[in-house]
Design a protein around this ligand. Structure first.
Ligand code: RB5
Length: 144
């Protein structure tokens, strides 16, 4: 199960992605917002706490640039959030960083590119490579 959330600036792209993923049979839950003006840290925290607690396998966060969401997300212990504007980065965020949250900028990437980025992110697994596993453990150490 995937969680998705946005602020008002990411709402339109979030709706496009929900439609896209639902059509592909991806199980997902929309944690808000409903399009009204909101503060992105609230939705980043809501989604990331749930991902970190294991309620969702991964999460997708959308704001205007993706920057605010990614800054907020990476403050939550257990979260490795990747702000991606291309498919290569999205795939590598999974292979090398085991990113459990993808952040997108609704005012930056177009709908078709965003769909391809999400598809690359969701279809790519962690490499399980020794060096990448060690580095991810080092990231965990930075939370202390
Ligand atoms: C909201 O206007 C905008 O600042 C927000 O969506 C995001 O881009 C912040 O990083």
């Amino acid at each position: 199960m995937i969680a998705i959330a946005s602020d008002h600036a990411g709402y339109a792209l979030k709706q496009t992605l929900i439609e896209h993923l639902t059509a592909k049979g991806v199980e997902l839950e929309d944690l808000g917002c409903g399009g009204e003006p909101v503060d992105y840290p609230v939705y980043a925290e809501k989604l990331c706490r749930a991902v970190a607690a294991g309620q969702y396998e991964r999460g997708i966060l959308v704001c205007g640039t993706g920057i605010g969401m990614s800054i907020a997300a990476n403050k939550i212990p257990g979260i490795r959030a990747a702000l991606c504007g291309d498919c290569f980065s999205a795939a590598m965020s999974r292979q090398h960083n085991d990113a459990n949250v993808l952040c997108l900028g609704g005012r930056v990437v177009g709908a078709e590119l965003a769909k391809m980025i999400v598809d690359a992110y969701l279809s790519t697994g962690f490499s399980n490579g020794e060096s990448h596993t060690r580095r991810i453990a080092m990231l965990k150490g930075l939370e202390k």
